[in-house]
Design a protein around this ligand. Structure first.
Ligand code: GLU
Length: 611
């Protein structure tokens, strides 16, 4: 009952019981609400931050400070992102790190490039990886914990590739903030302490138990000074030797041993898998978007598959353009029931296409030969006709996938599955280069495996469980394969949606944004974009808006943020409605006439810094 445990709030007990499928991937796409982000850890109001020349936004203040230090020292956006990522490996280990994968979208002032550092399945992985002995999908937690779910980490090689092209400072310098903090110690943050106390699996790993817990097995409280000498040593090696120090030699061997030696759930990750990993530079997925108020034309760019993020965000925004949504302003600062009806209907259509089509493009064909076919205005206008946009229009009975280009569907839709555990970084540098990077080890605390070379140094780094982003079910009852099934060397489908928005006319940067949150990343990012582009909110106000969305089943609303009337009005339109914490972690930096304005999510610990 992962979502139930994460949210562990008494008020949610009934919801969790009601949600058949909290423990298992459910059979019907989007029929449950278990695909939730990491647990909630309270809210702290954020002011929003104005800067003149550069800015960095990350999910932990120590991460942001490291980025700021590098930008101040004349580093580029990519230089700063590397420093931030290394510090996050230490101070926000539950969400991202050198044992995981990431997507980075970069704007050099002229063009956008998409860097794909997504994990790959080891050569030994098979389509039945997550089926039990009787051929049924394993319970999610059984699949996650252990070596089985570990994909080949891609973040460090991806950052090295981006650094070769866009770095200004020496690679080694970018590791110094993290090495210093790991050596001298950092204070455990309230969020890390909350998530440590809530996790029943991490302490089963002896290395993690000795690092994150005291000798009585109690998790370190917020404020505890924690040192990670093993990570300091690993980062020093990466600084000196480059990314190969992680993917070959003794550190690689320690990862392989960790995966193979899990007592009950080993995996197949090998030295060859690590050596062979290659990050990719992909054509970004960009689409035009006309905002209503103020009327302005944008070019929105995101990550193409294997992420479903930009496609789904683009479909939702595009579908809404064929409705009255853009004429519906906020009421008392909140989205109205009329608008939420249209938004969630658009989302149901987008999630149906996502389940049907999106997977690693090196393994599956895009529908009608191009991922852009899913964003064609004519296709979306035809899809939007399924939505009942009339006064008190009702929820669609079913929201099936479409057939862009009228090409028949070759794949079975992927059943709904949980996704968690991620961090978002947005940066602009003094040269006007910008990036949006979303980085993950998948579940909170990943596979619950802490890598340590056994040299007597405490700590280490966590391995991802990204392979659980593949479909557990490889085929439907008729034997039609699911596009996102496990295959050796394949990248699992993601929801991560790092986004850069440009002005369509001038080509100038308008904003960088993104969020963690599993499949809800799509809604958190769409909300931030819609709030800024259509409702004229600044980055902080847009992030502060209550969260909402659907994965195809009930309409999910952030609890205690909407008036009862909204909930009631949605029910009158036949929407089942569930209220949940929905802790997003959006970071956004927008360009202003005076420089930049950044916002960070009050639901997490992020801050923005700059000059
Ligand atoms: N593993 C997920 C993905 O790549 C992200 C998990 C999360 O954000 O919580 O889409």
């Amino acid at each position: 009952m992962r979502a139930c445990r994460n949210f562990g709030w008494a008020a949610l007990a009934a919801v969790c019981l009601w949600l058949a499928g909290c423990a298992h991937p459910s059979a019907v796409p989007g029929s449950d609400a278990s695909a939730q982000p990491e647990g909630a850890s309270g809210q702290v109001a954020k002011p929003g931050w104005a800067t003149r020349t550069y800015a960095v936004a990350a999910a932990n203040p120590l991460g942001t400070e490291a980025g700021q230090q590098i930008l101040q020292a004349g580093g580029s956006a990519v230089d700063a992102a590397i420093a931030v990522q290394m510090v996050l490996t230490l101070v926000e280990p539950q969400s991202s790190g050198i044992g995981g994968g990431a997507f980075l979208l970069h704007f050099d002032g002229h063009q956008v490039q998409a860097y794909d550092g997504r994990e790959t399945a080891p050569a030994g992985a098979t389509p039945g990886l997550f089926l039990d002995a009787s051929g049924r999908p394993m319970p999610f937690a059984d699949a996650v914990v252990g070596g089985r779910s570990v994909g080949v980490p891609g973040t460090v090689r991806m950052l090295a590739l981006a650094h070769q092209r866009h770095g200004k400072l020496p690679w080694a310098d970018l590791f110094q903030p993290a090495v210093a903090l790991a050596t001298q110690g950092f204070r455990v943050s309230p969020r890390m302490a909350t998530l440590l106390a809530a996790d029943p699996h991490l302490a089963k790993d002896p290395v993690a138990a000795a690092y994150f817990f005291d000798t009585d097995g109690k998790p370190w409280p917020a404020g505890h000074l924690l040192r990670n000498p093993e990570l300091a040593a690993v980062l020093q090696r990466l600084a000196r030797e480059g990314p190969d120090a992680l993917m070959r030699g003794d550190i690689a061997q320690a990862m392989v041993d960790k995966v193979h030696q899990h007592p009950t759930n080993p995996g197949t990750l090998s030295l060859q898998d690590l050596q062979a990993y290659t990050p990719k530079v992909r054509e970004p997925l960009c689409f035009d978007y006309a905002a209503a108020a103020p009327a302005r034309a944008y070019r929105i760019c995101g990550m193409p598959p294997p992420s479903s993020g930009a496609l789904a965000v683009g479909q939702i925004l595009g579908l809404l353009q064929s409705t009255d949504a853009q004429r519906l302003p906020l009421a008392q600062g909140l989205p109205t029931a009329d608008w939420l009806h249209l938004y969630t209907e658009a989302a149901r259509l987008a999630f149906a296409d996502r389940a049907q089509y999106v997977a690693d493009p090196d393994f599956v064909q895009a529908p009608a030969g191009s991922w852009g076919s899913l964003l064609e205005p004519a296709y979306l206008a035809a899809r939007a006709k399924r939505m009942d946009g009339g006064p008190l229009g009702k929820r669609m009975k079913v929201a099936p996938a479409g057939t862009p280009g009228k090409v028949p569907v070759a794949y079975a839709p992927m059943p709904d599955q949980p996704e968690y555990g991620t961090s978002h970084i947005s940066i602009v540098d003094r040269w006007g280069q910008a990036l949006a990077m979303t980085t993950t080890i998948e579940d909170g605390w990943g596979a619950r495996l802490m890598v340590n070379r056994g040299l007597g140094l405490r700590g280490g780094f966590l391995l991802n469980n990204e392979l659980t982003d593949f479909s557990f079910t490889p085929a439907d009852a008729d034997g039609r394969p699911v596009a996102n099934r496990v295959e050796p060397g394949k990248r699992p489908r993601s929801s991560m949606a790092p986004t850069l928005v440009l002005d369509q006319t001038s080509g100038q940067l308008v904003m960088s944004t993104g969020s963690p949150g599993g499949a809800f990343i799509i809604h958190f990012t769409a909300k931030a974009l819609y709030g800024m582009l259509n409702w004229g909110l600044d980055a902080q106000q847009a992030i502060n808006l209550p969260n909402f969305g659907t994965l195809g089943g009930p309409v999910l609303l952030e609890e205690n943020r909407f008036p009862p009337d909204t909930n009631q009005a949605l029910r009158e339109r036949d929407h089942p409605v569930t209220e949940l914490p929905l802790p997003s972690g959006v970071q956004a930096i927008q360009r202003t006439p005076a420089g930049y304005f950044g916002g960070a999510d009050p639901r997490r610990e992020g801050v923005v810094l700059g000059d």
